[in-house]
Design a protein around this ligand. Structure first.
Ligand code: COA
Length: 388
């Protein structure tokens, strides 16, 4: 029997949600202090000024397909369902390896998933993974999933990215990589509130024209857009469900380009909600900051960043507790979701993926980093923001 969602204003809707989570980090990492020394910056700028710690990196023979497939394999194994029951594979990424063939086809190939499956890639900068998850949830809620041997079909949703900037770009210390895969089925780990709170505006804050290897970034504009989006989305939630919904959250997860950007957005949304600075600071310390330590161990993983924070927040959460998930993708599109912990959140089985990958990965020297980036031209042009 489907469970009934308990979110305010939605208690008449059947719920569906996350039945399994798998994470994958790449096998290399670099401490940001090492990069600071190379670039002639004070390491405190990266650690305190930006809130970064380590960046996860891929060796030459490893990439987004490995990340996506690794996370998916772990999520499928943990789920334990019949793979033939998967009726949708959606991969959110901005590390596309082909302009036509979707990343989902590479993943499906490796996992031998084929048949009555809708398989595709979703692009909207860092928002793509959230859109994939929303589409999967709405596909189930709409009754479009159909069934396999009498059981409703499930979806495999993956958010996977490798985030690299041009060597010397101010965004270089925020680099990272990672993937999160989720099976959308019965809400054993978390149910997803059907109603969400989107906000979008067409902007050029961060983009990568066809053929460009690295993104072009207007840092100050992207910060402004991100703050504005967070303020609008949280105001919409407060108007719909009451401010108590925000106060009662067990955690508020954000897309994490770097932790300081999240902190600035939280202060912007606090001001928009009329909170005092003290109240906002407490909200940040209690509900937001604790969700970002996995992000600090891997850096920005674009589409996966929010879902890494969500995976951390859900691991160990008692059933019935609610968390918020704020997704932002440059261009820009944003959406605020609410998730309610299910009975399997408390066990947090997917925590072992993160711990295992962290324990087995190699911390590389700055010389090895330079070798990895040897083919990449060092930044010649000024940052977009400096040229207006
Ligand atoms: N000790 C402590 N903090 C220091 C410091 C030091 N020695 N030197 C600088 N800082 C602080 C600055 O005060 C600033 O903090 P503040 O904003 O709270 O004042 C922070 O470090 C960054 O310094 P700044 O000079 O703004 O950095 P920058 O011009 O090199 O820009 C980024 C770096 C990462 C902020 C910028 O490139 C950017 O925004 N990039 C990408 C944004 C993004 O990822 N967008 C994706 C879409 S969401």
């Amino acid at each position: 029997m489907p469970q009934i969602a308990k979110f305010p204003g939605n208690d008449h809707r059947p719920s569906c949600g996350i039945a399994s989570i798998g994470l994958q980090l790449p096998p290399l990492a670099l401490a940001v202090e090492e990069l600071a020394n190379l670039r002639g910056e004070d390491p405190a700028k990266y650690t305190i000024g930006l809130g970064c710690r380590e960046m996860a990196l891929c060796p030459p023979d490893y990439g987004v397909v490995d990340l996506a497939t690794g996370a998916a394999r772990r999520a499928l194994e943990r789920w334990g369902g019949d793979p033939d029951r998967i009726g949708l594979i959606a991969v959110g990424t901005e590390t596309a390896i082909d302009m036509s063939r979707p990343l989902s086809a590479w993943v499906a190939d490796r996992l031998e998933l084929s048949g009555a499956v809708r398989s595709y890639e979703v692009k909207h900068a860092c928002y793509g993974g959230t859109l994939a998850l929303r589409q999967a949830a709405e596909w189930r809620l709409a009754g479009a999933a159909g069934s396999h041997h009498g059981q409703e079909r499930a979806a495999l949703v993956i958010a996977a990215d490798v985030a690299l900037y041009e060597p010397g770009d101010p965004g270089e210390p925020t680099q990272g990589a990672g993937a999160v895969a989720m099976i959308i089925d019965e809400p054993r780990i978390a149910s997803i509130q059907p109603l969400s709170f989107p906000w979008s505006e067409p902007q050029f804050d961060f983009w990568r024209p066809v053929g460009e290897r690295f993104p072009l970034v207007d840092g100050p504009l992207s910060l402004d857009c991100y703050k504005r989006a967070a303020s609008h989305c949280f105001q919409a939630l407060a108007q719909h469900s009451g401010e108590a919904t925000i106060e009662n959250l067990a955690a508020a997860c954000f897309h994490v380009p770097f932790p300081k950007m999240v902190k600035k957005a939280v202060f912007a949304l606090g001001a928009a909600l009329g909170w005092s600075e003290e109240h906002t600071a407490l909200f940040f310390t209690d509900k937001v900051d604790p969700t970002m330590s996995w992000n600090q161990a891997c850096g920005n993983a674009y589409t996966a960043s929010l879902w890494i924070a969500v995976a951390q927040a859900l691991a160990g959460l008692p059933a019935g507790e609610t968390i918020a998930a704020f997704s932002y993708g440059s261009g820009f599109g944003a959406e605020l979701l609410l998730l309610e912990a299910g009975v399997e959140a408390a066990a947090g089985a997917w925590r072992q993926d993160f711990e295992q990958d962290l324990a087995s990965r190699e911390s590389i020297s700055i010389e090895r980093y330079q070798q990895l980036r040897a083919g990449d031209p060092v930044r010649q042009r000024p940052p977009v923001s400096a040229t207006g």
